[in-house]
Write a protein of this length. Structure first.
Length: 535
């Protein structure tokens, strides 16, 4: 393994500040620990992408507005993003096994409560509860792995961890489509019950306890918790509302600006307290810092692209949810291959190779999508899906190892929380920013495309009001329209939507190129990672 990932004595599981179960028995088996945390990780990953498929059915059944459905997603995202680093810190302080199991129980119970809620207000409220318990669960998966795997095997463990995360996220649309079509939307949440029960029973029997024993004697950083939660809440709220409010609106700029100011204050406070929630010394490691940025960019591209790809497949091409999910299987399969491959390559050559390579593959995927049209053959779709899956899996494995592997064992939970926070913020930005780019491009080209397709100028001007629907891939046609006009409106609307998609993938591709350059130039092959550790 390269020295910029794991090289100092403090990075081994035997570090004195990290207490774990005594050797011997199943609790000493790191591979059983990996299987145990995979259950919880799979549950959270599946839930993150399965809900998008269920939203239309939730809206019909509970009489929810579009704004209500946005909050079904946003309440979960806000609670999750605000509490991830706290969840990791609690694990480091009170025991990662204890906090992880608490997260599994709470996430499972909240999932069942969502299905039983019976009102959109109840669904939104319990989604927030679900997000909070997800924040206890997610960072401690990596923290537990960090504590039990020796340095030479940690990279492969992270590769498998990344594979489980990628596959569960990619399977969400397929599983959600099957449940919504053949059962009811409530089972999108009920499915977490059996997974959660198995996760708890197995994890309780095999997971060792590990924590930072020194932290238990320190004063808890309550001010840091409050400042970080408020800052992240404001930033993520501004990001998720930017698409509807407008990125230059006073509300969006005020929310994001206020959040950034609070986060700046948080950073200053953390350098002055004896026991900080997020030790700023971690960022002395270039690999950790750049790994955090690349993690955010990785999920910016993944979730943003998946969002409009599903719109393209369902709204433009007319596939059902399950059909659309099956057509994205090359992405899932590629990520299965790329995650352990990325970990193995990182072990051998370091993240300076694998992070830029993964970002370059994602750039290729985005640039290939520039050739898509409203009626592209599937032969034009699967190559970018494979390139995207390979790139995402490779980056996820290498950047996760760069973040958690460069943190001391006693800070493994906090590092896991940092990685998960970057992931969530990047995903929120990707969906909001890329959808905004599509909407803007649709608004500027819709009338022209409709006219070019044969829609009379007056009718085309009137249909401009439907630009929000067109930005979702929906052609504003009705049965009352003559067949020829309906065909022209559909053609022009879909071309305008594709204009937006091309703008979005061009921007995403250029960001991937910038990320590749940053990783190649910023991560040193030598022992740069040792700077941020406690020796």
């Amino acid at each position: 393994m390269p020295t910029d990932i794991l090289s100092s004595p403090a990075s081994t599981p035997a570090a004195p500040a990290s207490a774990a179960a005594p050797p011997g028995g199943r609790r000493a088996n790191p591979w059983l620990t990996l299987v145990a945390v995979a259950f919880g990780l799979f549950m959270v990953g599946l839930d993150g992408s399965v809900v998008a498929i269920a939203n239309p059915a939730i809206g019909r059944d509970l009489g929810a507005s579009t704004a209500d459905l946005q909050w079904v997603t946003n309440s979960y995202l806000l609670a999750l993003a605000a509490a991830l680093i706290l969840g990791g810190k609690l694990g480091d302080r009170f025991g990662r096994r204890t906090v992880y199991l608490t997260g599994v129980v709470g996430f499972t119970a909240a999932s069942v409560a969502i299905g039983l809620a019976g009102s959109i207000e109840g669904v939104i409220a319990f989604r927030a509860v679900q997000g909070f318990f997800g924040a206890l669960l997610m960072p401690n998966t990596l923290g537990l792995l960090r504590a039990v795997f020796p340095p030479k095997k940690f990279g492969m463990a992270v590769g498998i961890w990344a594979m489980v995360s990628s596959v569960s996220t990619a399977l969400g649309p397929i599983v959600g489509g099957l449940l919504v079509e053949h059962v009811t939307w409530e089972y999108v949440f009920y499915i977490n019950a059996p997974i959660g029960v198995v996760a708890f029973a197995f994890s309780a029997s095999v997971l060792p306890q590990s924590k930072n024993t020194a932290a238990a004697q320190e004063r808890f950083d309550v001010l840091g918790v409050v400042l970080l939660a408020l800052g992240l809440l404001a930033v993520v709220f501004g990001v998720v509302k930017g698409e509807t409010w407008g990125w230059t609106s006073a509300g969006t700029l005020s929310a994001i600006g206020a959040g950034l100011v609070v986060l700046l204050v948080f950073g200053v406070v953390e350098t002055r307290v004896a026991s900080p929630l997020l030790p700023m010394r971690l960022f002395r490691s270039p690999a950790l810092t750049i790994g955090t940025v690349i993690t955010a960019l990785n999920f910016f591209v993944l979730l943003g692209v998946i969002f409009f790809v599903m719109l393209y497949l369902q709204s433009v091409r007319g596939f059902g949810p399950v059909e659309a999910g099956v057509r994205t299987l090359p992405l899932s399969l590629a990520s299965v291959v790329a995650s352990p491959l990325g970990a193995a390559l990182t072990d051998r050559f370091g993240p300076r190779l694998t992070m830029p390579l993964g970002m370059a593959l994602q750039a290729v995927a985005c640039f290939l999508m520039l050739g898509w049209s409203p009626d592209s053959a599937y032969a034009a779709m699967w190559p970018p899906f494979i390139a995207l899956g390979l790139g995402v899996g490779m980056v996820m494995a290498s950047s996760s190892e760069a973040i958690v592997g460069n943190a001391p064992v006693q800070d493994g939970g906090v590092a896991g929380g940092l990685q998960a926070t970057a992931l969530q913020i990047g995903g929120a930005l990707g969906t909001s920013v890329l959808v905004s780019l599509i909407s803007s491009r649709v608004g500027s080209t819709l009338t022209g495309e409709l006219t070019a397709a044969g829609v009379p100028a007056a009718a085309a001007a009137g249909l401009h009001e439907a630009k929000d629907a067109v930005a979702m891939g929906i052609a504003p046609v009705s049965d009352q329209m003559p067949a020829q006009l309906r065909a022209a409106v559909t053609e022009g609307s879909h071309l305008a939507f594709m204009n937006g998609v091309h703008t979005a993938v061009l921007v995403a591709g250029l960001l991937c190129v910038a990320g590749a350059v940053l990783a190649a130039l910023g991560v040193r092959r030598a022992a740069s990672g040792t700077e941020g550790r406690d020796d």
